[in-house]
Write a protein that binds this ligand. Structure first.
Ligand SMILES: [Fe+2]
Length: 369
């Protein structure tokens, strides 16, 4: 299986994973042959890429830290939770928080079971439902960091809850402002920035939400160097949860299409996180994040400095820049596929990954006809 950006899907390709929206409706079933009309539909829904099954990638199994089932259930649950947090009766609000707890428990159970797997964060979101997919991704990324630093189960649970609900305060704001394409006016910006405090205040009214979780929500836009909001806290003044969610939130936002810009590649988003270690982000958290999250996710096509194009077949924790790559295209022509391991093959020491690019996809397309 491999990840193909929507713009590079050619008709006849076969879907490797079903695509669901945040209500749990299946949009396209696994195994479906992609027709041009489906590609148009995916584009209009703002789906940035899909998993494709083909002969080239049949041996690549996409292992994820949480199962597709848990992810889909979580996305649907978050949609419900955020809908019930406004204008609803106390019973429903409490039920929403209880549902959030169940989701977090399931996410954490999967993460602890798969603690040796690196995170593959590619953009599989439906554009209009960004908030729901994003909430789940931030919960997964944050809990992976929490597990990696050896957090106990209670803290991991509280962190998962905070990260799943980090943007809950946005439900109390004007939707048209939040989704505005282009820049906010100063007034709009101040209004949107209220969401961390609004989320905090709301969660404080819920008796059974840990204080640590509410504080994580309050601090998720604080920045390590004091440049964040609402209080401009610095370093350890920001709660650990706040410092972790900050990194997870920015990374997943960067790899997603937003109203004001296109998605960045995971490798570029990682560069942003690592580049801001010690400035916007806690350097220890950024370092752990880099160890656990793949800059080149499994199944993505990459171009190498020696002119080859290949697919990522394996990632190694802590060595995200040196994955194993299945070479399929060499100096202008298709070759019998072979795997090189950038981490262990001594003959490959001078080879680097130039990047993930649609160009790589086109080349594969040409090569496979
Ligand atoms: Fe936020």
């Amino acid at each position: 299986m491999r990840y193909v950006p929507t713009g590079c899907i050619r008709s006849g390709m076969r879907l490797g994973k079903s695509i669901y929206n945040a209500s749990g409706d299946m949009l396209l079933r696994e195994g479906t042959e992609v027709l041009p009309v489906y590609v148009d539909r995916l584009k209009s829904l703002g789906v940035n890429g899909v998993y494709i099954d083909d002969g080239l990638s049949a041996d690549i199994e996409i292992q994820n830290v949480i199962s597709d089932e848990v992810r889909n259930k979580a996305v649907q649950g978050v949609k419900k939770i955020l809908t019930h947090s406004v204008n609803d009766n106390p019973g429903n609000k409490k039920a929403a928080i209880d549902q959030a707890k169940t989701i977090v428990e399931e996410i954490i159970a999967d993460i602890l079971r798969n603690s040796s797997i690196m995170v593959n964060m590619v953009d599989l979101k439906v554009f209009d439902e960004y908030t729901y997919y994003h909430s789940v991704n931030v919960a997964v990324l944050s809990a992976v960091v929490g597990a990696a630093i050896g957090m106990n189960k209670n803290d991991l649970f509280a962190l998962g809850l905070a990260s799943l609900l980090h943007d809950l305060g946005k439900v109390f704001l004007d939707k048209s402002t939040i989704n505005k394409p282009g820049k906010f006016s100063e007034e709009e910006l101040l209004d949107v920035q209220r969401h961390s405090e609004l989320g905090y205040s709301y969660l404080r009214t819920m008796f059974d939400v840990p204080v640590k979780s509410s504080l994580g929500v309050l601090h998720h836009h604080e920045r390590f160097d004091g440049s964040g909001y609402p209080k401009g806290l610095k370093g350890a003044e920001i709660s650990l949860f706040g410092r972790i969610i900050a990194v997870a939130d920015v990374f997943d936002a960067l790899v997603s299409d937003r109203p004001y810009r296109k998605a960045l590649l995971p490798s570029d988003a990682m560069e942003h996180i690592v580049g801001n270690a010690g400035a916007g982000f806690d350097p220890d958290i950024a370092r752990i994040f880099f160890m656990k999250v793949a800059p080149y996710p499994l199944g993505t096509a990459v171009q190498l400095s020696n002119g080859c194009v290949g697919l990522i077949t394996e990632n190694y924790e802590g060595f995200g820049l040196r994955p194993a790559v299945k070479i399929i295209y060499e100096r202008g022509k298709m070759v019998t596929p072979y795997v090189i391991n950038l981490l262990t093959d001594v003959s490959c020491l001078n080879i680097t990954i130039i990047g993930i690019s649609p160009l790589s996809e086109e080349k594969i397309g040409e090569a496979t006809g």
